[in-house]
Design a protein around this ligand. Sequence first.
Ligand code: BGC
Length: 349
Amino acid sequence: MKALTVIPLQAGTAELSDVAEPPESDGPILVETLAVGICGTDIEILSGEYGWAAPGKERLVLGHESLGRVLEAPAGGPFSAGDLVVGIVRRPDPVPCANCAVLEWDFCRNGQYTERGIKEHDGYLSERYRITPDFLVKVDPTLGILGVLLEPTSVVAKAWEEVERVGSRAHWAPETVLITGAGPIGLLAALLGVQRGLDVHVLDQMDTGVKPDLVRDLGATYHTGTVADACPKPDVVIECTGVPTLVFDSMTHIGPGGVVCLTGVSSGGHTINVDEGALNRSMVLENVAVVGSVNANRRHYEAAADALGKADRDWLARLVNRKVHIDNWHDALTRQPDDVKVIIQLTSK
Ligand code: BGC
């Protein structure tokens, strides 16, 4: 069967490979992959900057933002043929650490977790895969192809859970949230903010293209410019760019008792001037919390499935702005100005 593979840490090695059918030992559920979303992590892997093949293998099958349809599942189990499903990305470490032992693999403490399509475990960008039911999540069938947004939504569902847990250390009645970055993660974080009834502000550098309208049509406010001008003293910031100045501006301008959640992964090697003393002073005197957030466990996938189920389908459809057949996979990886979420489709249905 076809699969999009790379040799990790070697740029320019992506190819459409012919790989073996998934072995039964991978799990009793056989899934036909319908589509896979492409994100910044895939681009990093393709550029040779990130990613690890499974032990003993040279190539890694890409793909962690998947949508599939069950072809075979054991009778009487939680899944049946025809179900629309998404595979969970991370697998607990084999030790397991205290967090993986209780299925909070997104908080793995020893780094020995694996991630499908990213770290030592083949991904979902193959025509079929096998899986066990504990790593599969059902998607509302009325979402159709938009179910491919479940994995990135799980990442923001976890970020929101962190914000709410940390915020609830004291009386917590947030009103305003600033989201930095209007890429797919920022837009989905904004969606979940609007669903919570908050006054949502989104900051991005683009003042043309589809992003301003996507934000406005959500009922949120779009800004270009600085963090301070976009939303003075918000209760929450969800930082979705990893751009160092935005990270530190978010920490400086958050409101008293506020929570900054960092979800963007910076590339490192950038040094900026920060008045650490002033930052420390305002963080301490105003009880500011800064929390990093990566990945998602099953609870977050389920929260994400609920959030997408409630979302306006036409708005979600505008996020998935380009659908490319796997045979033309090169096109999916060439960024175009109006791209929000590009997906690779594996079937023509
Ligand atoms: C994925 C996460 C993953 C992270 C780091 C992200 O793109 O969505 O599931 O944990 O990359 O590898």
